[in-house]
Design a protein. Structure first.
Length: 584
């Protein structure tokens, strides 16, 4: 029992600490709770006033002052209650906004490995569902808990004063009610926790399917994805039905206990009224106080259920907030990246995976074009990820000149790199917003158009009715692959990086688009240290240095002619690809 209590208190501490860190308005929260308590105290006084009114009832005895006092009390109670609800909602929303702000800020600085190990839908659920649970506890249940406690204590104290014998008779039902409500509350907690987890899982499925809807349709996978989603919907339905079942038991049981108590109080109270031990007004007051005791008991069940849900949600949020993040500011600022890049004895493996890079070493001269070729799975893209500092090598280091790239601030290092990938990702928005993405200065119309022209994108952009203000759609779906690629190149040109990384930038294009994109890339590569990953050797035969990778190792370095003569697998690659090109 002690273990369970200490476990609960252990979970409560981080919950309250997290809420405290959001710095909610103590004045507003205190005022809201004070108004709630004041409202409850007024409601405790009303039965006593009703008792006096009934016991001394006569039209001549009811003064206008009493009527005005009663009306004023009701109006004050309604106003106080309304203000309290508004203030608690305001505090709840401010806490949720602060939590979401912290989570969003954290999610943006978490490293790439975090997203390798966490599904997008679950992460979104932390931002939406879990923070919503905390808000619900504060806005809907917190004041009920405080006012309910005061209502029960105040009502019992008043009843003991009025008639202790009848009060003790009535209080026999309270342990009975608790025996019913506590087990049901525990059940409700388990159901609610399962409902939260299943909601996060269902959100993941929806995010995954809807973000790749074209793949779903082209694969005729609608029935499969429907079945997968239907399974999640059915699980949510079953949890919802279980929740409804428990609620269906709590409501009628509370009503039953109240009805039994009413019958007992009215029967026993009627006998005491007839014997003169109790007045009719006191009996009515008893009944009113009885209601004020029983109603909060149901609210307590909901409060503790919501508290348990909020603690579970808090645990998950704290796990996210405590995850190791990228450090964007530590280190020296990089001013000039026009220096050789040296990869020295670098080895790397993904978490719990086999080695991807094994003791890789090479040097990239400043301002030169360097191509990385080799079979799929040889570690080419992983090498790019290490240079971008998405991951850190387990062994060895990467240097710029004589300085490790980890000694530079992450922000200044990445600001010197232009990355054009095979997918060429775009954000939902206009062409202008996509070209200017990540450029935090005023971009003139002339600069924008010059970048578009050098990327050979100005031609197709001018054909759109809205030109550079044309919406590209989610992930750029309204544009062709070649168009997306050229916008990516225009973005890199506007960024004006000193280091350029091209990850199979032309591999998914048709021959006509490839020629245009290749011309745009030539403009982009001028005077920059360039690394190119390419499957098509025809695009890199003129590179200053070609690195051939096999199973995470560099097995050949040199120009096209040197490798063609000295490296058997490169010779095989080149012979097959160049022969294919000649036939075409």
């Amino acid at each position: 029992m002690k273990t369970k209590q200490s476990s609960t208190s252990g979970k409560l501490r981080p919950f309250f600490q997290l809420i405290k860190e959001t710095n909610p308005s103590k004045l507003m929260l205190g005022t809201a709770l004070f108004l709630s308590i004041a409202t409850t105290l007024v409601s405790l006084a009303i039965p006593l006033f009703t008792k006096d009114l009934i016991d001394g009832f006569a039209l001549s005895s009811v003064s206008s002052g009493q009527i005005a006092f009663l009306a004023g009390a009701f109006i004050a109670q309604a106003v106080s209650s309304g203000l309290s609800i508004y203030m608690l909602n305001h505090v709840g929303q401010s806490i949720v906004a602060a939590l979401r702000d912290r989570l969003w800020k954290k999610l943006l600085v978490l490293p790439v490995p975090y997203y390798d190990n966490h599904r997008t839908g679950e992460t979104i659920s932390r931002m939406t569902n879990d923070t919503g649970v905390v808000k619900g506890l504060i806005t809907d249940h917190l004041s009920n808990f405080f006012t309910g406690t005061i209502s029960i204590i105040g009502s019992i104290a008043t009843l003991l004063y009025l008639d202790w014998q009848m009060t003790l008779t009535m209080l026999v039902a309270v342990p009975l009610a608790l025996l019913i409500l506590v087990p049901l509350g525990r059940q409700m907690y388990k159901i609610s926790k399962g409902l939260q987890d299943e909601t996060a899982s269902f959100t993941t499925i929806m995010t995954q399917v809807l973000s790749e809807i074209r793949l779903v349709k082209s694969s005729n996978a609608e029935p499969h994805e429907y079945a997968s989603g239907k399974q999640g919907i059915d699980k949510l339905f079953r949890f919802g039905v279980k929740e409804g079942r428990v609620q269906a038991m709590i409501g009628p049981l509370i009503s039953l206990v109240i009805m039994v108590l009413l019958v007992v109080v009215m029967g026993y109270g009627g006998m005491r009224v007839s014997s003169g031990a109790l007045t009719a007004g006191e009996l009515v007051a008893f009944i009113l106080y009885l209601v004020q005791i029983m109603m909060p008991l149901g609210q307590f069940t909901h409060f503790f259920t919501q508290l348990q849900k909020a603690m579970g949600a808090t645990e998950r949020m704290i796990t996210t907030l405590e995850a190791t993040e990228e450090d964007h500011t530590s280190g020296q600022k990089l001013e000039n990246a026009s220096l050789p890049i040296q990869v020295e004895n670098v080895s790397f493996a993904y978490e719990n995976g086999e080695t991807i890079l094994d003791d890789v070493s090479f040097t990239i001269q400043a301002g030169k074009v360097n191509a990385i070729v080799g079979p799929s799975g040889s570690g080419k893209t992983t090498l790019f990820s290490l240079i971008e500092r998405y991951y850190l090598p387990q062994q060895g280091q990467i240097k710029l000149g004589d300085t490790s790239i980890e000694d530079y601030t992450l922000a200044s290092w990445r600001s010197k790199i232009g990355y054009v990938s095979q997918e060429s990702p775009l954000i939902a928005g206009t062409i202008r917003e996509n070209i200017c993405y990540g450029v935090f200065r005023e971009v003139s119309e002339e600069e924008l158009r010059k970048a578009g022209e050098m990327a050979y994108a100005d031609g197709f952009i001018s054909e759109f009715l809205d030109g550079y203000d044309t919406e590209v759609g989610e992930r750029g779906v309204k544009l062709s692959g070649g168009q997306r690629q050229r916008i990516g190149i225009a973005r890199a040109l506007l960024r004006d990086p000193q280091i350029l990384m091209l990850d199979e930038a032309t591999s998914s294009l048709d021959s006509k688009s490839e020629i245009i994109v290749q011309q745009a890339l030539q403009n982009l590569m001028k005077g920059r240290t360039t690394l190119v990953i390419a499957h098509r050797l025809s695009t890199v035969v003129d590179a200053d240095q070609i690195l051939f990778m096999e199973k995470g190792r560099i097995t050949g370095k040199g120009t096209h002619d040197e490798l063609f003569d000295s490296h058997p697998m490169y010779n095989e690659f080149a012979t097959q690809q160049l022969r294919v090109k000649e036939r075409v």
